[in-house]
Design a protein around this ligand. Structure first.
Ligand code: HEM
Length: 404
């Protein structure tokens, strides 16, 4: 894939909207790391960092780089100071919000989900028992994460499919247009109304679920005042989970099943020892993460590799490129499910580091183990892969597995 590097003087342009980049961004990323480590795209008006060390430094520098313009290039033209999405907040607002949400989103609450995740995964996979070929995205990886989030929150089983379809509709984009469609905007409205109803219900009749805990948590803020989550705060958190915790796991698993097909020895390593699925998840997050970049805007001028990134500039921290940085990882283009990785940026880093990382790791490991336990060998036909297109989410919309 990335064997022959692009020459230093190649006319390389990195365009996150391009379908060509979606096919294989890695030669372009390599060229940027080697020849333009502070990359500037004049036409689309953004800068990008690709080396691991620069990305790590930028993601931990929320004083000089703000999240409040959003984190996807297509939305970053204007600040969104009133956004209720924590992923678009800076401190101190972000501290307060994350502090509250973390009190409900505890490792214990997530650990307790493990039997339910097995049950949900097995339920989907058992339906495929008699199939000789199926789309693993449609039948499994797109369903599991939303079912797991619904289980966590306590969304009733009969409403889950509807929530999932609406959450997917919310993310849908037409080719060549990164902005939300009318259907996507309608889906947001319908979901918000639905979440309002759920929150009202939990306030009236508390249950033993995360949604109830979100209505109850309190923290003392800097001034000693007790802070609580408002209905609006909770609504925004639920809607963030529908995107941040849904599409990402779906795509991570689709990429993993593709790489495990391309690298049969790696697949066999997991079949022989299912514990290896744990490191296979980390390797997939390093090798080809679902969230390819985190967008920020510079609060001040930043000097990097002899360039001056001006105050107000949009900056993409491309963790998809940092995972392949040979300054950090030996043989970075080799997919190695037993690789020992001390740190990757697949879940971001710093104050916004993925709050769902523990859950994502657990469900991804279980999903890989359950699929390979049933189908240790599978093929993907020549026309069996369809990529999805988005400026920062990378992965497949469809992956056909032939299992017989
Ligand atoms: C493989 C799956 C996942 C990947 C690759 C992923 C990736 C990320 C990344 C890169 C960030 C940092 C964004 C930034 O710095 O701007 C993030 C934040 C976040 N993720 Fe995940 N995520 C995954 C799964 C999940 C799950 C399962 C949940 C919840 C159910 C979740 C909830 C969140 C939330 C709420 C944030 C915002 C945290 C904050 O702003 O403090 N994610 N995720």
């Amino acid at each position: 894939m990335t064997d022959t590097p692009l020459p230093a003087d190649a006319a390389v342009s990195y365009d996150p909207y391009s379908y060509e980049i979606d096919e294989d961004p890695f030669p372009v990323y390599r060229w940027m790391r080697d020849h333009a480590p502070a990359y500037h795209n004049e036409r689309l008006d953004f800068w990008a960092v690709t080396r691991f060390a620069d990305n790590l430094a930028f993601l931990t520098d929320s004083a000089r780089l703000t999240s409040t313009f959003s984190t996807s290039l297509e939305f970053m033209d204007s600040p969104k100071p009133d956004s209720g999405l924590m992923i678009w907040m800076d401190p101190p607002r972000h501290n307060r919000y994350r502090g509250l949400v973390s009190k409900a989103f505890t490792p214990r609450a997530i650990r307790e989900l493990e039997p339910a995740i097995h049950r949900i995964a097995i339920g989907h996979l058992d339906k495929l028992r008699d199939s000789s070929s199926f789309d693993v995205v449609e039948a499994f990886t797109a369903r599991l994460p939303m079912d797991v989030i619904s289980e966590l929150l306590g969304i009733p089983a009969e409403q889950r499919r509807w929530v999932q379809l609406r959450s997917n509709a919310m993310l849908h984009r037409e080719p060549g247009n990164p902005m939300p469609t009318q259907e996507a905007m309608d889906a947001v409205k319908e979901l918000m109304a639905y979440y309002d109803e759920l929150i009202r219900e939990r306030r009236a009749r508390p249950q033993d679920d995360m949604l109830t805990r979100l209505t109850q948590v309190e923290v003392a803020d800097e001034s000693g005042e007790t802070a609580r989550l408002s209905d609006e705060d909770i609504r925004q958190f639920l809607s963030l989970l529908g995107t941040a915790g849904n599409e990402t796991v779906t795509k991570l698993l689709a990429t993993a099943f593709h790489e495990l097909w391309r690298n049969p020895d790696e697949r066999r390593a997991i079949v022989e020892n299912p514990d290896v699925a744990t490191t296979a998840v980390e390797e997939t997050l390093r090798f080809d993460p679902p969230s390819q970049y985190q967008g920020r805007v510079a609060n001040v001028e930043i000097e990097l590799h002899g360039k001056r990134i001006p105050a107000g500039a949009k900056v993409l921290c491309i963790n998809g490129a940092s995972g392949r940085d040979e300054r950090k990882y030996p043989e970075p283009d080799r997919f190695d499910v037993r690789r020992e990785i001390d740190l990757h940026l697949g879940f971001g880093y710093g104050r916004h580091i993925c709050i769902g990382a523990y859950l994502a790791r657990m469900e991804s490991r279980i999903a890989i183990q359950e699929v390979l336990a049933r189908w240790p060998e599978y093929e993907i036909p020549a026309d069996g892969l369809t990529r999805m297109h988005s400026s920062n989410v990378r992965g497949f919309a469809s992956v056909i597995l032939e299992v017989a």
